[in-house]
Write a protein that binds this ligand. Sequence first.
Ligand code: NAP
Length: 247
Amino acid sequence: MAGLFTEKVVLVTGAGRGIGRAVATAYVEAGARVVFADRDAQLLDEATAQLSPDSVTTVVCDVRQAEAVTRLAETAAARFGRIDILINNAGIGIWKSPLELTVEEWDAVLETNLRGAFLCAREVAKRMPETGGAIVNIASTRALMSEPNSEAYAASKGGIVALTHALAVSLGSKRIRVNCISPGWIETGDYGALTQADHAQHPAGRVGRPSDVARACFYLTDPANDFLTGVNLVLDGGMTRKMIYIE
Ligand code: NAP
């Protein structure tokens, strides 16, 4: 993959750990200059410690804060001259009965996952070059199906799928493509600790890895794939296509 994104400038939110860190690092390895954004400065330092300072910069930003997001986009554009690709990855979940979920908890999830993605898209799109750009929003298969007690998270991710097609239509005239990925189970911890049953339940035969999401981001942001906008790429090893009845 080395060189695929040479000279591209990529901004990844929630890049301090997990999927965001893997995606941001993959773009660096593919030649891009990458802005790692997260609300935790220490995580950002850890994530970028082994990477060339010429290729990366870090920005502490809470995506719930509109002014902080504007500063993030300004800083990224000033550091590398422009922004070509945005990966809206920052997200949280609160798993609690809908009968007990507080309005503050609902708002925290929606403000982070959905409003944060909108704010970042709005501010970054303003700073994309006239030749265009690409935005990838990280949704979830929970936009499409549910376990109990996931109302705020599911609503936020369903909102991201809708936000994606709305932005794709609005920003098409600026040659900005907007797509989303709905990952299923992506193991960001100890992959080796997963059981055979964890893997075997997936039609693809395994649990997902952050590198699977990175490759999907590459596909959606590759300039050669410029006929691709407004899609929701389900990346779940087939789980949402599997019919389950308990005998
Ligand atoms: P993670 O390990 O919890 O990482 C999320 C990152 O986002 C953390 O560094 C977190 O910082 C940061 N973040 C949270 N709120 C933020 C805010 N307001 N502003 C800036 N940064 C913020 O999660 P993950 O598993 O890598 O998931 C990444 C994305 O993929 C999320 O949108 C998630 O919903 C989605 N997803 C994950 C899976 C999966 O199986 N892992 C499946 C489907 C979708 P803190 O450490 O400070 O919280």
